[in-house]
Ligand binder design. Structure first.
Ligand code: GUN
Length: 293
């Protein structure tokens, strides 16, 4: 039997409707419009398209949306100065510096300069630390989106065996921390696998919920999945172009084969991807709400 499709695009649209309503309320009651600045240095085409998409969504939600496009040879001190300026700008509630940064700029120095109260990416150590100890924090957008997908699809995480493939700071480590919290939408038993894991399939086959952020196209095959498991595919891999020149994307999961084994699965594209930008908007709304209290 074919697995149920977890349509991130539909869940994201529903959350965006909620964000729009709350943003209107914030403006009507407190005169505050959520403000987001996206900072892009260099000309990486993937980063350009991500930043465009973030800007577009912010605009559609009626946010105050600013963009800084900087040359690839920008100096670290210039970037720090810009971040400092937006830290002090009361009309800006969220600051996003698109990664990767070009050249010799040390990413951590830039990310750590962002005011943690404006860190809508959830990458500042203050927010990472708060997340780990279960205190209110800005959660990184992709893991936050994955948790929301599970909750809103009614997939129970309590006591579930969750196996994560990939230990990145952006996805693997934070989703592990989020799902093991003693909290609703969490309380899972979490295993994190990585490139040095012995017998990966032995782990993945135990998973009630398998979350894959390995960065390798179709790395997870049907034999690696327990029948009835829920499979969340975070991978986005370009495997060529269509005749019309559009990018052909596949995830880290062999979708056609795994959907015959799993009970629910996210497609690529249209699964996790649309959730990420939406959670960035939710974090920006929450930053604006907090600034009012
Ligand atoms: N580059 C790839 N993913 C992300 C993300 O979530 N945030 C930022 N700032 N840069 C990224």
């Amino acid at each position: 039997m074919s697995a149920r499709l977890i349509q991130g695009s539909q869940i994201a649209a529903q959350i965006r409707t909620e964000i729009r309503q709350q943003a209107e309320q914030l403006q009507a009651q407190r005169g505050i419009v959520p403000g987001l600045v996206t900072i892009l240095a260099g000309e990486d085409p993937a980063s350009q398209s991500y930043v465009r998409a973030k800007q577009k969504t912010a605009g559609e939600l009626g946010f105050h949306s600013l963009q800084e496009i900087l040359p690839a040879d920008i100096r670290e001190d210039e970037l720090l100065e810009l971040v400092g300026r937006y830290n002090r700008d009361p009309a800006v509630h969220g600051i996003l510096v698109q990664l990767p940064l070009p050249g010799a700029i040390e990413e951590s120095r830039i990310l750590y300069a962002i005011d943690p109260d404006k860190d809508v990416d959830g990458f500042h150590p203050v927010n990472v630390g708060r997340m780990v100890i279960g205190k209110p924090a800005f959660l990184p957008c992709t893991p936050y989106g994955i948790q929301q997908m599970l909750v809103r699809c009614g997939i129970p995480t309590e006591g579930a065996d969750v196996v994560i493939v990939g230990r990145s700071n952006i996805v693997g480590k934070p989703i592990a921390n989020i799902l093991l919290q003693k909290a609703a939408g969490a309380n899972a038993t979490v295993t994190v696998c990585h490139t040095r894991t012995r017998d990966l399939a032995a782990h993945t086959r135990r998973a009630d919920i398998l979350i894959v952020a390995a960065g390798r196209p179709r790395a997870i095959t049907a034999e690696m999945v327990k029948p009835g498991a829920v499979v969340i595919d975070v991978g986005v891999n370009e495997i060529g172009r269509t005749e019309q020149g559009k990018r052909r994307l596949v995830g880290d999961v062999d979708f056609d084969a795994v959907r015959e084994v799993a009970s629910a699965i996210t497609p690529v594209p249209g699964g996790v991807g649309p959730m990420t930008i939406t959670m960035l908007m939710l974090n920006t709304l929450q930053a604006a709400q907090r600034s009012a209290s």
